[in-house]
Design a protein around this ligand. Sequence first.
Ligand SMILES: Cc1cc2nc3c(=O)[nH]c(=O)nc-3n(C[C@H](O)[C@H](O)[C@H](O)COP(=O)(O)O)c2cc1C
Ligand code: SF4
Ligand code: SF4
Length: 250
Amino acid sequence: MNGIFYFSSTGNSLYIAEQIKNELGGEIRYIPKFAGDVNTYDKIIIVSPIHSFGLPTLVYNFIINMKSSKPLYIVLNHGGMEAFAPYYAYQLCKKSELNIRSVQAVMMPEIYTLTFSQPKFAINLVLRKAPKRMKSVVEVIRDDKEIVIQKPKKDKWTPKHLENIKKFHLLVKDFKITENCTNCQKCVRICPVGNIRNENGSIVFDDKCVACLSCYHRCPEKAIVYKNKRKKDRYINPNILEKNIGTDQV
Ligand SMILES: Cc1cc2nc3c(=O)[nH]c(=O)nc-3n(C[C@H](O)[C@H](O)[C@H](O)COP(=O)(O)O)c2cc1C
Ligand code: SF4
Ligand code: SF4
């Protein structure tokens, strides 16, 4: 059986995981909560967003702690700038002595939109194109086609990624909770690293943020704002059920 492991803040990666499950079958597992053995699956498929030209912290940790010789397939998704993330992921798997067969990338709507807004037509266009791209992604996995990711001539992105992830925990210093907060505590429940607490009726952030932006996009009141901007646009993939983000489908 296929084990489809995913990390997702706004559902783009979950959408991809669900497409793979629909076509190839298998169980969908949410990486931050997975405590089992990946070797119970015949094929291991990891679906992840790209964060700052590389892997999200939790996906990186998952890969380096994996011990397996099962065929491994990675499907990354990004908002238009994959940079050298596929090569970075491929190399990481090689260094971890994993049986990496392919790393593929799919463009999805950008969610790092703290300082700018994506026009709706651009989001819809990307969403409309995704199913076609998913067809070829699924074929590569189904047929076990090997894709060797060649070393780029000059890897200018990986150093930037390594620099940026060191600063991820600082993001919440620029988050503010506005008067619109109803103290529903959804952000406390969905933060993948338990970085948000309710303290005497107020929402407070700790210092282990991994900059996933789940809380920012999924607060029902848009009460989490960045640098005091009152931007109203938030994003959740319209082709999944939001309540399924962060859950398994077995
Ligand atoms: C911290 C962070 C960094 C990101 N960095 C990149 C990037 O380097 N290149 C890119 O194209 N998209 C980047 N994105 C956008 C996401 O990769 C993209 O929107 C993805 O589809 C989100 O998937 P999800 O909803 O499953 O989390 C970033 C998003 C976040 C939250
Ligand atoms: S999800 Fe939004 S409204 Fe709910 S507690 Fe968090 S900040 Fe407040
Ligand atoms: S505090 Fe928000 S952005 Fe940071 S890890 Fe938690 S949910 Fe993600």
